[in-house]
Every structure is written in structure tokens, then in C-alpha cells.
Design a binder for this molecule. Structure first.
Ligand code: 3HC
Length: 708
């Protein structure tokens, strides 16, 4: 096998290049580890070499970490512990290497890649946006197991290190520089010279002097045992509040850091490897790794075989300057850098939409994601009107008007009259079939659905919905543009509610039934949050807007009958003007931008007396199983092309607990036979909406699953 490490020696400096053959990114495999050891041994012996300067040979990627596929293949904790200890031993050799090592970082420097850089003696990084440094291991259900839990806190202090490790955050190079992870920040063209220069200076006896940032407070909290104890106590509290005991990795990482600071590096490394071993074989880690690979596959999947080249979108036009339209506009400008033209019925609405879109840009500036200069340039890309001016030059038009078939069809007619023949028309409908909207189209093959989630700037999912008549080029264009907007795009079939709203509807409805049976509003939310959702069903309703939910539910009820009829509770709230957070009142009260607790008036309005309702276990069971049943049914109808798509869309669309792997993985874990049995029991007691669907019945009969 061709080697991945090559080097040349000039003027006493060995310039080493890491370029894993045949792979898009560098990763540290077992074979690479051995090569590293052999290379450093050779360089150590070579009298010509006084110092080492280390680079990646990949264009925009440094090292993506340990090879995830390798540790997924491991079946025992002991084996995983050995893998981690092996990585640590290799990096110990680098850290103790008799000759100084400077590393030049450009592109992603993650996990084991950053751990390697931390073991080197000097770190230079480019100020390029692709240069990101981080320890994302906890997002895979493991912890930094090649010394990261030891070296990072020693370099930048426990507080800053925990902040990065426990959230699995990656930071841009500028931030990493401020934190003290990187010694020097440079533009890409001079990375090589500066790194080699640093290696040469170190060979001549110079040593970098590092001062930890954080000032007196930093010293108080990081520099003495009492302060540190406070830091760990606060971090532990925060981890428990966010993971609710569902994710073991952050707590284990915290322990590895704390243990190492208390007992020294060698003991710390040992504990780190043990904990890594335990975590690597947990079911949670398996699920999170599956999500990583599924998301990676989706980055390349256009939802059709032999996808044609997408139309390059340079100008985007948006009809509807409301909350969604403005969200799409701001995100498109920030992420894709396209020219955006907004249109609404009157100029006041357009102006409001432009202001809201601009807020997304302002927020990026505030969080230092873009510079002042970029901000000014991006703001200039936003424009609007109350007529279709400028639409003739747009390659893509996204409609984000009121969720009503007649209104959407009217907009489609008007847009077709204003755009060029090749333009793509995408509807941001959440439930209405695209084929219905396209019934009035002159060019139905250019019509597609692009269903964004609210708030657009933050929600990572895009459902792309071609109708039977949509041209393949239009599908690849919608997917490609969604990706440019930073979204994970999943292509789903044109059925009412598509995938996400289809499986959410019965879950929301069940919450309504449970309320009427006496379950308390905040108890329903609390139970589902502890089950792993980011928010409970009632809060979700308030966030989505009860009027929006009512509309969606009307479409689904009409399409699928009684099974998806909305619980009677919701329309009463809409009639009372309780539209959710946006109206300042829904199930909860809102004030000053914050949720203020359950509104007692709701029980009165609905004529209910909260008495606790069914047992907690039954509440969870009903809410979960009704969703799994609908998901299975939708799979049977081909709404998603593969279970992978259904699971990723549920996780990214509404936060189905990632550690459960998605509704279809969870259904597999429970097993069809058990699911069918429990659904039948629920159907007997609560009616036909629980009748197990054919897909599950068939799976139970044959002993099959969604995933092979
Ligand atoms: N292990 C195995 N494969 C990896 C990998 C890794 N660490 N990182 C990336 N890949 C693979 C991807 O699966 C993909 O494979 P494919 O071409 O066969 O589909 C290929 O490399 C390219 O990846 P992307 O499509 O994701 O490329 P991008 O340019 O969009 O993104 C990236 C690059 C930012 C590096 C992204 O791939 C990424 O985030 N990778 C994972 C980083 C990570 O989690 N590292 C920690 C690993 S665990 C670890 O280091 C443990 C240690 O502490 C002991």
C-alpha cells in the first residue's frame, strides 16, 4: 500500500506531508498510526533533521480525526480501550519527541486530528473559513480518547476546554487563536513558510511563551483546586440539564478531564482510555455514528438515480415576506451568497420582511461568523417590491405564502407570467401536495416543493418534494440549492403532509386527546422532554402556531380520514385567538420574549380538569407508538425512499431523540411483534387510530425489520 506520510529534508527541517491515498480526507487509521510511529522514529534518528514541520496534503482538510469506521467495528470495551491507549501512546511519542514539531493547519482539524496537533510543540493555523478546530467526539457518543481530555485543559484551562469538549463544538481558527489553542494565525499562502520558520526557531532553542487568556477570573477558576471544583460542579449541572441522563459521553468526558487534573497526566490518560472503551460500545454511540454516516451519505444523494446537473442559482426570488419568506431570504443570502428579491402584497410587508431577513445577517455579525465588510456586502444582496419586478432574472422562485391551495395556485400563475421558461418554482408548503398546486401550472415540470422548517436559519432540514411531473433537473436544482443553504435535503414523495408533518400530526393529536383525558399541559411536555425530545408536544404546538397546525391537520384529515382527525381541543384555542408564541398566548403565556408558564385559562376554555390523566408510562407509550405506526405506514406508501431518510428527517426536522436513532430505528429496536401487540391493546381501549398498520403486521409475521 502506498504510504500516507512523505517528507523531505532541507536545511535541517523535515517537512512532512500527510496525504491518505484514495480518501477525500485524512483520518487516523491503525495503519496510519503505525506509519506515524515509524516516521517519527526515522526522523528522530536522522542526524540531518533538527526539527519537523507537519502539513496535510489534502486541499482544504487537515485531519478529520480517528477513523470512525474502525472503532465502529469494535465489539468489546477492552478492545476499544486498547485502541484509545494505542493512539495516546503514539501521541505521547510526538509530544516527547526529542526534536521540536511545528504543525501547519489548514482545513478541518477535528477529534484525533486536533489531539495530534495538541501533542505537537507549535501550532499555526490559516484564517480560512474551512479551518475549523474541535473535539466533536461527544457527538458520536464517545470522548476525545487520544489525550484530548488531558492536553486541551492543560493548554487553555479547564473552563474553556470543558466548554469545547462537552458540547463537541468546533471553532473557527480565529476563535481557537483567541482561546490559545493555536499559536499563530496566518493567511493560507504563508502557512508553510511560517510553520517551517517556527520549526527552525525552535530547533535553534527558542520556545514559545504561552500566557493563558482569562485574566484574574481565569486564574481564580482554573488556576487553583477550589476554583476548579466550582467549574466542574457547574459543568456537571449543565450537562445533566441538557442530556437528562440520555447521553453518557459528556459526563464521562468531564470525569476524564477532572481525573487527569487531579491525578496527573499518566493516570488521566489511563482513565480517559477506560472511559473511551466503555462509551465506544454503547448503543447510544452506535446510534450517533449511524447518524453521522447517514448525514454524510445524504450530502451526495440527490434523491434520484443519475441526477442531471443542477441549474446554478444566482438570483433567488421569494413570494411572501412573512416569517418563513424572510427566514428563507436571510439564510439564502448568508449561506449561499445569492441575490434575493422579495415580493409581497404591499410595500409595508416587504419592508418588514427585509428587516427580518437582515436580522439573520445581523445575528451572524454579532456572533462574529461574518465580518463587517461581508455583512455590508450581503445586506446589499437583499431587495424587494410589491410587484414581480426582477423575477425575470431569477433561476429559482420560492413561494412562502399562506397555506391555502387557492392562494398558492394564484401565486404560481402570477409567477409563471413573470419568470423565464427555465425558472424553477418551489412551493414552501408544509402539507399540500405539489401535484395539486401544479394543476394550474403551464410548466408543471418546473414545479417542486421545498419545505423548510421554522426558524429557517436554525433548522437543518429541507424536505424536497417532486410531483410525478417534476423534471429530474428541477429535483437536483432544489436539492443542490438546499445544500448551499446549509440544509440536509431529503427527497420525499408527494403525499399530503409529506414525511415530517405526516408523522408529527398523530403525535400532536394524541397530545390533544391526552389533555382532554386530564393530563396536565406541562406534564405532557416534561415527559416527552425526558424521553429525549428538545421540547414537548404542547410547546411545539405553541411554537409552530395553532392556526398553522390546524390548517395542516385539516389537509391530513381530509386526505387520510378519521385516523388523522385533529383532537377537538385545538380549534377552540384558535377561535379564542390563542395562536401560540407569536400571539403571546397559546397553551402557555408569553411575555418579554419568554415563556411564562401554563395559562390556567386554557383548562377553563376546554372545560377540562387536569387530574394527571393516564400514567406517565402510558402517556409516553401512546405518544410514541402513534407516531411510529404512522411512520411505518408512510414507509409502506413510499413517502421516504429509505429508512435512513425517514430517521434523519425526523431527527433534523423536529428533534426526534438522536440517541434513539430515529422513529424507524426505534421501531426496529422495539420489534414489530411487540409494537403490533401494544398497538392492538391501545386500539381496543382508545379506538381505531391505534390499529397497527399493514407494514408492521407484515413485519411481525415475517420477523423482518426496516433496517437489514
Ligand atoms: N472517520 C471515517 N471517515 C470519515 C471521517 C472519520 N473521522 N471523517 C470523514 N470521513 C469520511 C466521510 O464518511 C466521507 O466518506 P465517503 O466519501 O465514503 O462518503 C468522506 O470522509 C468525506 O467526508 P464529508 O463528505 O463529510 O466531507 P466534508 O468535506 O463535507 O466534511 C469533515 C469533512 C468536516 C471532516 C466531516 O467529514 C466531519 O465532520 N468528519 C467527522 C469528524 C469527527 O467526528 N471526528 C472525530 C472522529 S472520532 C476521534 O477522532 C476519536 C479520537 O478522539 C480517538
Amino acid at each position: 500500500m502506498a504510504g500516507s506520510l512523505t517528507w523531505e529534508v532541507a536545511d535541517g527541517i523535515a517537512v512532512v506531508t500527510f496525504d491518505l491515498p484514495g480518501e477525500p480526507v485524512n483520518k487516523i487509521t491503525q495503519a496510519v498510526k503505525e506509519e506515524f510511529i515509524a516516521t517519527f522514529e526515522t526522523l528522530g534518528r536522522d542526524p540531518e533533521v533538527n526539527a519537523v514541520a507537519f502539513f496535510s496534503g489534502k486541499r482544504d482538510a487537515f485531519i478529520a480525526g480517528a477513523d470512525i469506521e474502525e472503532f465502529v467495528a469494535i465489539t468489546t470495551a477492552a478492545e476499544a480501550e486498547r485502541l484509545s491507549a494505542g493512539g495516546q501512546a503514539m501521541l505521547e511519542r510526538v509530544a516527547r519527541f526529542a526534536k521540536p514539531v511545528a504543525v501547519g493547519i489548514h482545513g478541518a482539524c477535528l477529534g484525533g486530528g486536533l489531539e495530534f496537533a495538541l501533542a505537537c510543540h507549535y501550532r499555526v493555523a490559516t484564517d480560512h473559513p474551512k479551518t475549523q478546530l474541535g473535539l466533536p467526539e461527544v457527538q458520536l457518543g464517545i470522548l476525545p480518547g487520544a489525550g484530548g481530555c488531558q492536553r486541551l485543559p492543560r493548554l487553555i484551562g479547564a473552563r474553556a476546554a470543558l466548554d469545547m469538549i462537552l458540547a463537541g463544538k468546533t471553532e473557527r481558527a480565529a476563535k481557537a487563536f483567541r482561546l490559545g489553542i493555536v499559536d499563530e494565525l496566518v493567511p493560507p499562502p504563508i502557512l508553510r513558510d511560517i510553520t517551517v520558520g517556527a520549526a527552525r526557531r525552535m530547533a535553534g532553542g527558542w520556545r514559545p511563551r504561552r500566557r493563558r487568556s482569562g485574566g484574574a477570573l481565569g486564574w481564580l477558576l482554573d488556576g487553583n483546586p477550589l476554583g476548579r471544583r466550582l467549574v466542574f460542579r457547574a459543568a456537571r449541572r449543565q450537562v445533566l440539564a441538557t442530556t437528562r441522563g440520555n447521553y453518557p459521553a459528556p459526563l464521562a468526558a468531564l470525569e476524564a478531564v477532572e481525573y487527569g487534573l487531579r491525578h496527573g497526566m499518566a493516570e488521566g490518560l489511563k482513565r480517559e482510555a477506560q472511559l473511551f472503551g466503555q462509551l465506544a460500545v454503547t448503543d447510544v454511540s452506535r446510534k450517533l455514528v449511524q447518524i453521522f454516516f447517514a448525514t454524510t451519505q445524504l450530502k451526495k444523494d440527490f434523491g434520484i438515480s443519475n441526477p442531471p446537473k443542477p441549474v446554478e442559482v444566482r438570483r433567488l426570488a421569494i413570494v411572501g415576506a412573512g416569517f418563513m419568506g424572510a427566514g428563507i431570504a436571510g439564510t439564502a443570502v448568508v449561506q449561499a451568497g445569492v441575490d434575493v428579491r422579495m415580493k409581497d402584497a404591499d410595500l409595508a410587508r416587504v419592508a418588514k420582511g427585509l428587516v427580518a431577513a437582515r436580522e439573520i445577517l445581523d445575528d451572524r455579525l454579532k456572533r462574529r461568523r461574518i465580518t463587517r465588510y461581508e455583512h455590508a456586502r450581503l445586506v446589499a444582496l437583499l431587495s424587494g417590491d410589491d410587484r414581480y419586478t426582477g423575477f425575470g432574472r431569477a433561476e429559482l422562485v420560492i413561494e412562502a405564502v399562506f397555506e391555502d391551495l387557492a392562494v398558492k395556485q394564484q401565486v404560481l400563475r402570477e409567477v409563471e407570467a413573470a419568470v423565464s421558461d427555465g425558472a424553477v418554482f418551489a412551493s414552501n408548503t408544509s402539507t399540500i401536495p405539489i401535484a395539486r398546486i401544479a394543476e394550474v401550472a403551464r410548466r408543471a415540470e418546473r414545479v417542486i416543493g421545498m419545505h423548510f422548517f421554522s426558524p429557517v436559519a436554525r433548522m437543518p432540514l429541507l424536505e424536497v418534494i417532486p410531483s410525478e411531473r417534476t423534471a429530474p433537473e428541477v429535483i437536483s436544482t432544489a436539492v443542490a440549492f438546499g445544500r448551499r443553504m446549509g440544509k440536509t435535503a431529503v427527497v420525499v414523495r408527494d403525499r399530503p403532509g409529506f414525511w415530517v408533518n405526516r408523522i408529527l400530526a398523530p403525535y400532536m393529536n394524541e397530545a390533544g386527546h391526552l389533555l382532554l383525558e386530564g393530563a396536565a399541559i406541562d406534564e405532557l411536555d416534561r415527559l416527552m422532554v425526558s424521553w429525549g425530545f428538545p421540547v414537548g408536544p404542547i410547546t411545539l404546538l405553541d411554537e409552530v402556531g395553532l392556526d398553522v397546525a390546524e390548517k395542516a391537520s385539516g389537509v391530513l384529515h381530509a386526505a387520510f380520514g378519521e385516523r388523522l382527525a385533529a383532537a377537538p381541543a385545538f380549534s377552540k384555542l384558535v377561535q379564542d385567538g390563542r395562536l401560540g408564541r407569536k400571539a403571546g398566548r397559546g397553551f402557555y403565556r408569553y411575555g418579554g420574549g419568554r415563556k411564562r408558564g401554563v395559562d390556567p385559562a386554557v383548562s377553563e376554555l376546554l372545560g377540562i380538569h387536569p387530574n394527571g390523566g393516564p400514567h406517565a408510562a402510558e402517556i409516553i407509550q401512546r405518544l410514541v407508538l402513534v407516531m411510529l405506526n404512522e411512520a411505518a405506514r408512510a414507509v409502506g406508501e413510499g413517502v421516504v425512499r429509505a429508512p435512513r431518510d425517514g430517521d434523519i428527517a425526523a431527527i433534523f426536522g423536529f428533534g426526534f431523540p438522536p440517541f434513539r436513532g430515529g422513529p424507524l430505528r426505534h421501531a426496529d429496536d422495539l420489534g414489530a411483534a411487540r409494537l403490533v401487540g401494544e398497538l392492538e391493546r391501545l386500539a381496543e381501549r382508545h379506538g381505531g387510530r391505534f390499529t397497527p398498520c399493514d407494514v408492521l403486521v407484515e413485519q411481525a409475521r415475517r420477523g423482518s425489520k426496516f433496517y437489514l
